[in-house]
Design a protein around this ligand. Structure first.
Ligand SMILES: NC(=O)c1ccc[n+]([C@@H]2O[C@H](COP(=O)([O-])OP(=O)(O)OC[C@H]3O[C@@H](n4cnc5c(N)ncnc54)[C@H](OP(=O)(O)O)[C@@H]3O)[C@@H](O)[C@H]2O)c1
Length: 258
């Protein structure tokens, strides 16, 4: 039996397990927190501001614990992993990149996603290996489709997200070598206007192409929503024989990357 389910439980059942979701107060993280809670997990949601977390707590009730903290701080990672040992750890928090061409970036703006998103992946994943998390646990880190395609209007964002994919794959190797039984997966969502972060990026790329936002969105096909993302993460967290790896994520679902 793995740590996900008891004998005879449904394949998408996380009853009796704990999940930590960073960036849970809005956007994708909120969709993930709701999906994992609906599958029976006790969800510990992390963000820096409390209002969105409080709203989610009102919606999900006792299945949700709100923690106001900086997910890029190593002390947050070690404290929360010790306090709430997760069966499912979802690293979804991310800084909104400054949307401007390279020539208008400063080193500070260019490196923002390294100091938040990459720092988060490094500290939490390192802690997951060192503690280590229980066999059967999974760690799901948010990279981006930009890690494959680049993102010329968002400074260091695409490189930072590519590094998250690398960190996750390095951790998978260490887990296998040490026989830890922890699965490490990265998810690369497509750009979507359905979240605060994505809406700013969509507006910048629409303007660059001389299109209004609706026309730009329409030409890219069906929109990825936080509900789709929650469903996909639940699928990864509960798959019977899931492997390490990286997955592109669109409104049509997950597709594994070679
Ligand atoms: N939306 C897209 O099109 C898209 C595409 C590909 C990948 N992604 C990735 O998907 C993830 C979620 O993006 P999203 O679009 O849902 O963004 P979002 O709507 O802006 O939500 C970001 C979440 O992260 C939290 N957060 C930011 N910095 C934090 C920090 N230092 N510590 C703790 N929490 C922090 C925010 O809460 P506070 O501000 O209160 O801390 C919020 O809950 C990000 O990693 C993003 O790069 C998004």
């Amino acid at each position: 039996m793995n740590a996900t389910t008891g004998p005879g439980a449904a394949a998408d059942d996380l009853t009796g397990t704990t999940a930590i979701v960073t960036g849970a107060s809005r956007g994708f993280g909120r969709g993930v927190a709701a999906a994992l809670a609906a599958a029976g997990a006790h969800v510990v949601g992390v963000a820096r501001t409390g209002a969105g977390l409080d709203e989610l707590r009102d919606e999900l009730g006792d299945t949700f614990t709100a923690v106001t903290a900086d997910a890029g701080d190593p002390a947050t990672a070690s404290r929360l992993i010790d306090e709430y040992p997760p069966r499912t750890l979802v690293l979804c928090a991310g800084a909104p990149p400054r949307m401007s061409p390279l020539s208008d970036q400063t080193w500070e703006s260019f490196s923002q996603n390294w100091n938040v998103d990459v720092a988060q992946a490094f500290h939490w994943i390192r802690q997951a290996l060192r503690r280590p998390l229980a066999a059967g646990s999974s760690v799901i880190a948010f990279s981006s489709g930009a890690a494959v395609n680049g993102s010329p209007l968002s400074g260091g964002y695409a490189g930072a997200k590519a590094t998250i994919r690398f960190i996750t794959s390095y951790a998978a190797i260490e887990s296998q070598r040490a026989g830890l039984g922890i699965t490490f997966i990265s998810v690369l969502p497509q750009l979507t206007p359905a979240t605060d972060l994505g809406a700013k990026a969509v507006a910048a790329y629409a303007e660059r192409e001389g299109l209004d936002v609706d026309a730009f969105v329409k030409q890219r096909g069906p929109v990825l929503t936080p509900d789709h993302v929650g469903k996909a993460v639940l699928e990864l967290a509960t798959a019977e024989h899931r492997g390490h790896g990286a997955y592109l994520l669109s409104s049509a679902g997950l597709s594994p990357l070679a």
